[in-house]
Design a protein around this ligand. Sequence first.
Ligand SMILES: *Cc1c(COP(=O)(O)O)cnc(C)c1O
Length: 381
Amino acid sequence: MSAVAVSRVQERVTGPTLTIDPAAIAANTRLLAGRATGELMAVVKADGFGHGAVTVARTALANGATGLGVTSIAEGLALREAGLRAPVLSWLNPVDADFATAVAHDLDLAVPSAAHLEAIVREAPGARIHLHLDTGLARDGAEPTAWARLCRTARRAEQAGRLRVVGVMGHLPCADEPGHPANAAGRTRFAWGVETARAAGLRPAVRHLAATSATLTDPRSHHTTVRVGAGLIGIDPSGTTTLSWAMTLTAPVVSVRRVRGGTGVGYGHTWTAPRATTLALLPLGYADGLPRAASGRAEVLLRGRRRPVVGRVSMDQVVVDVGDEPVLAGETATVLGPGRAGEPTPADWAAWSDTLPHEVVTGFGPRIARGTALASLRGVR
Ligand SMILES: *Cc1c(COP(=O)(O)O)cnc(C)c1O
């Protein structure tokens, strides 16, 4: 073995590592911002869809995004602590959330109910708010029956100098199926919501309905701003556009063993070696976010080829069948990535586990080391 190979072996024994490629996020942001008829708010909730909220936020802001969106106030405060000064909207908080701290750190707040409005007026004078209308999910956002009154109450608070209504937001339920009638209904309801706000005397300058799918497929939904999360990191739920995956997950081979045909592997012996073969062990499992439901279907890239994960995905480890390939402990397997070298993508893992790539990329846990592709960073800056 050459000296280079030995040093690579040493560098590989550091454990599973998630590497984020800001150049991919930059390219996705530019594409999406180019499609938007207005501005683009980069949604970096759930730690930037598992890619690092600050990395995604910085990269998106440098490539066309003009604001940031998160669910909780805590997520917004973390962006401020990292030194980001762009507008940040937090849209999902309990009524007793720390609205005062949010406003002290210049976070905009979405308001989905009269109770939230009352709490913000009481606790956080001077808040900039976005009234949130339910446009078809029956989830977050004010019910249409409560909307006109919410608008009037907000207008009175605005006139009293307690807050400013800067935005109105909605969210489409079926945007990944552009022809679904619920989207037309959502657009109509949103237009009605904006009109109702105006009729109450409000002048919301920021009006936002579309997320990634509608940004890519339905300009009628764009209004002044689109809120894009998944697309930034390479997921297009509408299936219409090729974006760039931004995440690579590698894991070192911890050990290798040769087994006889008939050897049962893993819990429950759900897989039995059909003939003599070599098994490579990787130190990550469902506790690290590798979906257990992918057991029996998943593959990884090792020595330039897809190799099946055999037996069940355990909490901390998986076993890979490498056949007669003389794989060595310390080599690196690519668990997922952009797919350019033949490695599985987050979409492959999602298909193997009957879920969305969103759930795969947001699921990786704290035992996995995080890194940034430095070569790519240099390209961005
Ligand atoms: C997550 C989320 C978004 C971003 O949606 P993507 O499809 O990931 O772009 C936008 N708005 C709301 C309310 C969300 O919860």
